[in-house]
Design a protein around this ligand. Structure first.
Ligand code: SF4
Length: 270
């Protein structure tokens, strides 16, 4: 694990951000100053992941999150979103956080997750209490997963997919899949994706493009809301995006053949 990024003012609560998917959303970060994730995605807005791990731990005490959240009352937002500085399901106190935040704010809770931990019973029990969950699915084959999401050792597509499927069968809230489209999809990839979505049957599919520049090193403000044209005081890298026409074609075909609502973002909206 690397040394925590120095000289950053850290709060577990950030935003609110206006999201094209979730409305006005207040962010909660149960991970903290050191970015910690079981993936290290090539487009991650946090920069290179500092603590690449699948170890569940208490990264931020629940009391600290509640104390900082109390300062934001009356929580005039559509949603409270657990995401932040990495993979929120690595927080071993996730269930307690969700329970207590619900009691305090009476707001709907959304968790954004990369899906690696969904096969763990403690994680699925905790997530079962939130109103909405959005699961990342970019690498729907082991080689793409390795290339794009770069999971920690021991996680391949089959293991992650079995966890997602099992969770989906039990979950009663709104379940979305979010997929980053990095290149035009060959026909076989589109066919595979459509088959997977038919068997999973999410309530919604969200397609994204990497419109925001990726910081080279860890940046705490990667949790926030930037436009792609906004200048940053640190080094970034802009990834190529597929054209809006190709995006519409992929989204349209998925929508027509699965009958699942597809939202997509090929431009700069968060
Ligand atoms: S799963 Fe999310 S937090 Fe983790 S590396 Fe990918 S984009 Fe970053």
């Amino acid at each position: 694990m690397q040394t925590p990024t120095a000289n950053l003012t850290f709060s577990t609560v950030y935003g609110p951000v206006n999201s094209w998917r979730y409305g006005r959303s207040l962010g909660l970060d149960p991970i903290g100053r050191v970015s910690t994730c079981s993936f290290d995605c090539i487009y991650c807005q946090l920069g290179a992941i500092e603590n690449h791990t699948a170890k569940r731990d208490i990264y931020i005490p629940t009391e600290q999150i509640l104390m900082e959240l109390q300062h934001c009352a009356p929580w005039d937002v559509d949603m409270i979103t657990l995401s932040g500085s990495g993979e929120p399901t690595l927080a071993a106190n996730l269930e307690e956080i969700i329970e207590e935040v619900k009691k305090l704010t009476h707001r709907p809770i959304l968790v954004l997750t990369n899906g690696t931990m969904l096969g763990e019973s403690e994680v699925s029990r905790a997530l079962g209490q939130c109103d909405r969950i959005s699961v990342k699915l970019d690498g729907f084959a082991t080689d793409t997963l390795r290339r794009v999401n770069r999971p920690v050792t021991g996680y391949d597509f089959n293991k992650i997919w079995q966890g997602i499927l099992k969770f989906r069968q039990e979950y009663l809230g709104k379940f979305s899949i979010q997929t980053m489209v990095l290149t035009p999809w060959p026909k076989e990839s589109l066919e595979t994706y459509i088959e997977l979505m038919r068997s999973l049957s999410p309530d919604e599919i969200q397609l994204n493009a990497p419109t925001r520049p990726k910081p080279i090193k860890r940046q705490l403000d990667g949790r926030g809301n930037h436009s792609s044209s906004e200048r940053r005081p640190y080094e970034t890298k802009q990834l190529k995006c597929v054209s809006p026409e190709i995006f519409e074609q992929i989204a349209g075909e998925i929508r027509d053949r699965t009958e699942i609502p597809v939202k997509y973002k090929s431009e700069n909206k968060r």
